[in-house]
Design a protein around this ligand. Sequence first.
Ligand code: PHE
Length: 341
Amino acid sequence: MTDLTQLQQQAETELAASQDDAALEAWRIKYISRKGLIPAAVKQIGALPPEERAAYGQAVNRLKQGVQAAFEVRQQAVKEASLQAELTAEGIDVTLPGRRPQLGRLHPISRTLRQIYDIFGSMGFQIYTARDVETDETNFQLLNFPKGHPAREMQDTFHTTVPDVLLRTHTSPGQIHAMRDYHPEPIRVILPGKCYRYEQVTARSEMMFYQVEGLAVGHSITFADLKGTLHAFANQLFGEGRQLRFRCSHFPFTEPSAEVDIDCILCGGKGCRVCKYSGWLEILGCGMVHPTVLRNGGYDPDIYSGYAFGMGPERISMLLHGIDDIRYFYANDARFLPQFA
Ligand code: PHE
């Protein structure tokens, strides 16, 4: 006959020594599972003489219940201990400061472009975007640069493997697209976008750069309108009281043509390194739209007239911020770009 006291002691000692789920499971199988020692002790009731059965039965049942209860308490304790161990191991310090997300900012040229859009927008100009890939016809011929014309030499060109398809060297071909789109309505647009020239990259010239073209076409538009518009623009962008100087120039697609300077924003016209001691800074090219170009856009030059201008936002940004090398804009240098927040 099993010694119940000894069985109970043995079960309790081994239970107390069970530290994890695997040990507890082994204990359960050994003692209380269907084939375990305790059910085996219960079965022995049948083998006892009738007068001993009641006492043994009570004792073995008490043992069974006590051990079962002890098992459940132990199981709970092991579970809590392992949870506690896990929490300590993974310890999160909720008082640590968070990581700051890196905020992006606008590229300095995007900022300059937006300033330009705002100023011309306030004067009623819409933005017209044209394509970067043009043909020899739209980039040159329709703008009065026939094949072989020496003025083409001013704009070294990236040609493609498709004959007569090229990367635009200026935004002026957009004039043709805008005129053909708007005809016969009057036009007041600016045409921003990238241009490409096959040139030696220096502090003053990049292979890829932006231009913002302006175009107005309508009845009775004169050079005075062009001057007034550019004067208003320069005063808003560079500050009130700007002086403008119009110098005679030549572009095949405007007649007459001019280059426009502002009085040097650094020295106020006295002469400094930036203006090369001339007191003036060149900011754009402009002129009255050539009659042939108006005609190529669908407008009769006997009825309509117009003006056009073209400026380089990189150059304007360099003047506004005192940047002395155009290559900084697209070199992607993290020391340069964040300065323009
Ligand atoms: N397209 C000319 C250039 O790139 C600039 C310009 C535009 C001049 C419009 C006159 C009128 O040099």
